[in-house]
Structures are given as C-alpha cells and as structure tokens.
Design a protein around this ligand. Structure first.
Ligand code: G4P
Length: 290
C-alpha cells in the first residue's frame, strides 16, 4: 500500500450506497448533510449534490466544539453565498441542535404551505441524514431522537425496514443515515481526515502523519499548543515538521536508548492531544481558501 493511500473504497461498495440513498430519496423532502466543522471540505462527499439533484439541503457543521468559532462563522457565510443554510452544532452535547427544527421549517416552508393549500390537513415533512463515517451521524440521530423518543412504527406504504422518528409534529427523520464516501482519491483529503481521527491509525504511518500535521500546525499555531510544550512561536518558526516532532518528544522526555528521541511515541502523543482538543480550537480548512 502506498504509505499515503488512506482509503479503500470499492466501486461495488459505492454503487450499493448510491442505490440505497437514491431509494431513500424518494421518501424524503430534505437532505441533512453532516460535515466536520474543522474540515468542511475534506469531510464532504464529492458526489452528493449530483446524487440528491433537486432535494433541498441543510448542512450541520458538527464538532464545532473543536473548531475555531470565527472560522465556523466564515463557513456559514460561505455556504449562504451558495444558497445553502448551514448551522454549527455539537452533537456530543447537543449544543446548537435547538436551531435544527426551525432551520428545517424555514427551508421547507414553501413545500409545507403548498401542501396545506392542496388541502392536506397535517402535512408531514421527512428528512434523512447523510455523511461520511465518523462525522457524527449516529450521535445526531441519538440526540434528536432522545429529545422526542417516539418512533413511528409500521407506516403503511413505507418500505419495510425504514423506521422514522417523529422529531416534531410535522417532521420525521429516517433512522438509517446515508453513509457516504469522502474524496478518497485525494491525498490531502485523506491526510486531513486522518488528522481528525476519522481514519483509524492502525492503517497509517503515525510519524509521517504527525510530521505533516505539525507543518500545518506551524502555520495556524495556537497558544494552547505552545503552552503545552513550553514553546515560543519563534522556536518552531524556522524548523520543519520532523524537527518540531523531535522537539516535542524532547520536551516530554520521550527518549530511547542512546538518548535518541522516541519519535513514534511523540507522534502518537501529538495526534492524541490534537484530537482531544488539547491544542485549542483548530480549524484546518478555512472558507477564505475555497
Ligand atoms: P458516525 O455515525 O457518523 O460514524 O459518527 P458517530 O456519531 O459515531 O461519531 C463519531 C465520533 O465522533 C464519536 O466519538 C462521537 O462521540 C464523536 N462526536 C460526534 N459528534 C461530536 C461533536 O459534535 N463533538 C465532539 N467533540 N465529538 C463528536 P467516539 O470516540 O467514537 O466515541 P465516544 O468517545 O463519544 O464514546
């Protein structure tokens, strides 16, 4: 395997997923795409817009607890400029989810009104969740269904196996999310997904990953990172990622025999601490670059 080849998606897998999503689309009025607020581009699916064609979409910028607040606001403006509403959420604690139902209503208002005009007494609008692995789909569904509890069982005419959660009197959520694939042929995308932990480390060269991460960190350095390793911005300004890794290892006393620095241990530490949010709120993709 190429050391930087992070994904293994197969055409058969993609075709099956596409078919599943297409058949679910017939049942729903709105697609909710969950993205990772730290990497909105790398956590998106390259084919989604084409796949959902005329369905409206709402974006949830999830894990906003780990993202830079201003950067998230910039992304919201960016999507608004493209005519798509996006809201920041943290599906782990539920922060921001109170904006979900009002946002769905706003997007589907015309459809709802049209149904009322047609004489449909209690129109029900249906939603499905899509997103790449680990972006927070199950967390979202758990949160939103816990808030409402009721699960709609055995709806006549609905394909068997499809379960719906009632999330308000006029909104239902398909309980099975669409699992999408990322842009798996793009190495930068693979790398950024790996930084955030969306791809498991056991298929990665952790040292290589940490070196690339530290290069990026250098450009977006946070106070939290500097304080954690008792560094000044100048200490890392003119050295490369590998040298920063060694510096971090030395600061933490990670030595192996002969006084050499255990860079593998240091790499694991760096990636764990980043994913735990110990380097502060760090967005790795900025709207201004797209
Ligand atoms: P998926 O269904 O899309 O595959 O994702 P899932 O909900 O399983 O979430 C993947 C991981 O991301 C989980 O962590 C989950 O807790 C975490 N997560 C989801 N949303 C948020 C969020 O808004 N903020 C933060 N900080 N984390 C979030 P895990 O390590 O797999 O499990 P656990 O540590 O929660 O037990």
């Amino acid at each position: 395997m190429n050391e930087k080849q992070y994904f293994q998606w197969f055409p058969g897998h993609m075709t099956k997923t596409k078919r599943q999503i297409q058949s679910s689309l017939k049942l729903i009025d709105l697609v909710v795409e969950i993205l990772d607020a730290r990497i909105p581009v790398s956590s998106s699916n390259p084919d989604l817009n084409q796949l959902i064609i005329s369905k409206p979409k709402l974006i949830l910028l999830n894990k906003c607890d780990k993202a830079d607040k201003q950067a998230t606001m910039d992304w919201i403006k960016y999507y608004a400029g493209k005519g798509v509403k996006a809201i920041p959420v943290d599906c782990k604690t539920g922060i921001g989810l109170n904006k979900f139902v009002p946002s769905v209503r706003e997007i589907l208002k015309d459809k709802f009104d049209a149904q009322m005009k047609k004489g449909i007494k209690n129109p029900i609008l249906r939603i499905m969740i899509v997103g790449i692995p680990n972006v927070g789909k199950s967390s979202f569904i758990n949160r939103i269904s816990k808030q409402t509890r009721a699960k709609v069982e055995d709806r006549p005419g609905v394909t068997r196996g499809n379960q719906w959660y009632t999330i308000s009197k006029d909104l239902e959520l398909l309980d099975t999310p669409g699992v999408l694939w990322p842009k798996f042929d793009d190495q930068v995308v693979g790398e950024r997904l790996a930084f955030t932990g969306a791809i498991k480390d056991n298929i990665l060269d952790i040292e290589l990953l940490a070196v690339d991460f530290l290069e990026l960190m250098k450009k977006n350095v946070t106070e939290e990172f500097l304080q954690r390793f008792k560094l000044k911005a100048d200490d890392i300004a003119d050295i490369d990622g590998y040298e920063i890794l060694k510096l971090v290892g030395r600061k933490r006393g990670m030595l192996i025999s002969g006084g050499e620095i255990d860079t593998e241990r240091a790499a694991n530490l760096v990636m764990d601490e980043y994913r735990d949010g110990k380097f502060g709120k760090l967005t790795l993709e900025r709207a201004e670059d797209y």
